[in-house]
Design a protein. Structure first.
Length: 351
């Protein structure tokens, strides 16, 4: 493949077709991950793309294949996700100055990010990814065809009270930001438990000044809310914000609310899904169609081209954790289905 790194740090390898002007299929996933992660979230999808090209052993098809390793998807480092795929989709928008500095520090020129945008010759986008949940394992199925990816909201929430001495400040005179945040976090959990299909998480909490003998003056929390139905998700976010305001008022705190992501749920492309389902069946594996609770670059790529995802079973249903794993026989199954997918695409491009 001819390989280059684009101005957003995406690694892009192109495998040419029988003719230079033929359209391209993109196969990819992300190279970044989360703190104390496993070894498969994201990178497995990139390696499977390379492996599929490798299996072609020089045989050229009636479409090009571009394998993409996206530079940033998780949103852990800069607070906003999908930086790599948004550059490729042409929806990067205003890029945070910290991101621009990191791109320059990496030796790239952020003024050229516009050049990362994929052309209009794209046939579609295929992403292989671990399921990151318990479903396929519960069915004892190696593969799952994704029909949709749930929408997600990410918010930075800051409770401000008054730091003070832990020994001399009576309980009724306190404006304890951490106690307020703790009460709110329990409300986040009960809101999600009361709404079918909703998940809500406070995964990060920073407390200032952070000393055991000082009442917390500031508590900075992350909020992550997801649901397949965008209206239900938005209603839940509004209710959770109302809880924050009520708790802050009652406790003499102030609360700030900065929405960092409001990502609508995305349906996968019906035609590519049919091709994937056909490919799983002809490869001799049981078929299961499912919704993804995790966000993926496919939801960004879907704004520019037909997108599809194939999940591999997550042993133990665990991910974003060092125990994240994948079975070798399931990787073989994904490769077999991937080969059938390419063949089906080749045939349909002929017709
Ligand atoms: O957070 C997610 O859903 C994914 O891991 N980026
Ligand atoms: Mn992830
Ligand atoms: Mn991922």
């Amino acid at each position: 493949m001819s390989v280059h790194v684009d101005a957003a740090g995406n690694i892009r390898g192109c495998y040419s077709a029988t003719q230079p002007s033929m359209p391209r299929l993109l196969i990819g996933s992300h190279l970044d991950t989360v703190p104390r992660a496993g070894a498969f979230d994201g990178v497995l999808g990139v390696v499977l793309g390379v492996a599929l090209v490798n299996l072609l052993a020089g045989r050229r098809l009636n479409f090009q294949i571009e394998v993409v390793g996206f530079s940033e998807e998780e949103g852990v480092r800069f607070g906003v996700p999908f930086i790599g795929s948004r550059a490729l989709a042409g929806t990067a928008g205003d890029i945070d100055v910290l991101v621009l500095d990191a791109i320059r520090a990496f030796g790239l020129d952020p003024s050229r990010i516009g050049e990362a945008r994929v052309g209009d010759d794209a046939l579609g986008y295929l992403e292989f990814h671990i399921e990151q949940g318990p479903l396929l394992e519960s069915l004892d199925f190696p593969l799952g065809v994704v029909e949709a990816i749930v929408g997600q909201s990410r918010v930075d929430v800051v409770f401000e009270g008054k730091a003070n001495h832990a020994g001399t400040t009576p309980m009724n005179l306190r404006r304890d930001a951490l106690a307020g945040a703790a009460e709110w976090i329990c409300k986040v959990e009960s809101e999600a438990q009361a709404t079918h299909g909703l998940v809500a998480t406070v995964g990060r909490l920073q407390v200032q000044p952070g000393a055991g003998n000082v009442i917390a003056g500031t508590a900075l929390a992350s909020l992550d809310v997801r649901h397949a139905d965008d209206a239900i998700r938005k209603r839940a976010v509004a209710a959770i914000q109302e809880h924050a305001n009520e708790i802050a008022t009652r406790r003499g705190l102030s609360v700030s609310w900065e929405c960092r992501l409001d990502q609508a749920s995305v349906a996968m492309d019906p035609l590519l899904m049919e091709n994937l389902k056909h490919s799983v069946r002809v490869s001799g594996y049981p078929l299961h169609q499912m919704v993804s609770g995790a966000g993926h670059d496919a939801m960004i790529m879907a704004t520019r081209m037909p997108a599809a995802m194939l999940f591999l079973r997550s042993p133990g249903g665990i991910s974003h954790h060092p125990d994240e794993n994948v079975r070798a026989e399931d990787v073989a199954a994904a490769l077999m289905a991937g080969e059938a997918f390419l063949e089906k695409l080749r045939e349909s491009a002929l017709s």
